[in-house]
Design a protein around this ligand. Sequence first.
Ligand code: CTP
Length: 413
Amino acid sequence: MNAMDFAGELQGRHIVLGLSGGAACFKAAEYCRLLTKAGATVQVVMTEAACQFITPVAMQALSGRPVYVSQWDARPDNAMAHINLSREADAIVVAPASADFIAQLAQGRAGELLALLCLARPIEQVPLLLAPAMNREMWAHPATQRNLRQVAQDGAQVLGVAHGAQACGEFGDGRMLEAAELLEELIAFLAPKSLLGQRVLITAGPTFEAIDPVRGITNLSSGKMGFAIARAAREAGAEVTLVAGPVHLPTPRGVHRIDVGSARQMHAAATGHAQHAHIFIATAAVADWRPASAAEHKIKKDGSGQVPQLGFVENPDILADIAHSARAQAGELYCVGFAAESQDLQANAQAKRVRKGVPLLVANLGPATFGKDDNALLLVDDEGVTELPRASKRHLAQQLIHEIARRVSGLDA
Ligand code: CTP
């Protein structure tokens, strides 16, 4: 994801960004910049060890606020930086969280300002997220793993680590997540959890129907809407499986992605996962027809001026098949269809909803949305028609997930 994907996402949020010692402090500088770009105000607090890796001056320049290091800092009128800082925060994120810092937290120690304010925070109101960063042996050590379990049990949210080259020259687990990944994790953490415990299956993108080994039939769907919905569903607490046709989009964090090519491959993957899903959202622009037979070798011009005759056969209808499955009919699987139309949006959507046998159909104008970053949606269900006016696909995806969660839970949100 690029920084633009996060614009305004943390507007009005105040984040305490804690740095403990480690080479990953350089990533915390970038993280600080992304947090402010996303609209958050950031108060940086550093340990003495962190100051060995990056200066408080650099972090002050990036956050636009003086940095705190010591609990003996005389700036606060009441001389209680640990209380003031922890009360103002919407979340405290410690990135990097070193092995030593996590050990301090596990023991409830408060020898430095950062550990002190984590201990002093009101646990119920101020979440604490930890982004560990350390050498692979330190990460794997039983003491570290024991401390991580302890801090998680004490209410901290421990983020994952990455696998790869480490500052020490070794290779393995323990690298801190990248700045953009940390931002995605924080935004997801702060999102309302309207789909907690739900398994959501989504199809996205176009399909590719082969003519021969080098040619095929596809369409202009970019997959952006489906990927945005997958991200919003995961942020809402769902376990998400995304069956994606050929698109060049990054997988949203925490989403299980299955890449497919043809409609028949998408059908097989989707019907398999639909056995365990609670919600199915079909955003894919599935090719209605495929060439009757794909040539084994490239079809060549024979010089006669004759063009190949392509016969077509109809592809399986993934949405209709799943919507008519026993689980969907029994109300165990809630199906949402999309309709890409080029005219008469509402009438076509209403007819398609009946034809596909789905409780909710989401209509959009294909030519006005394919490949674009924004869209407008019309939701058709037995309540009537709800319009989601033109907005970014990101914003529409969040609204749609909210609408689906409301219908699935039967609660008024
Ligand atoms: N769909 C599907 N499998 C197909 C065709 C469509 O799962 N073989 C799903 C799409 O993912 C979408 C919905 O059905 O959720 C409607 O797709 P759309 O292309 O708008 O409609 P079609 O069924 O293809 O009907 P038509 O082309 O006549 O508009």
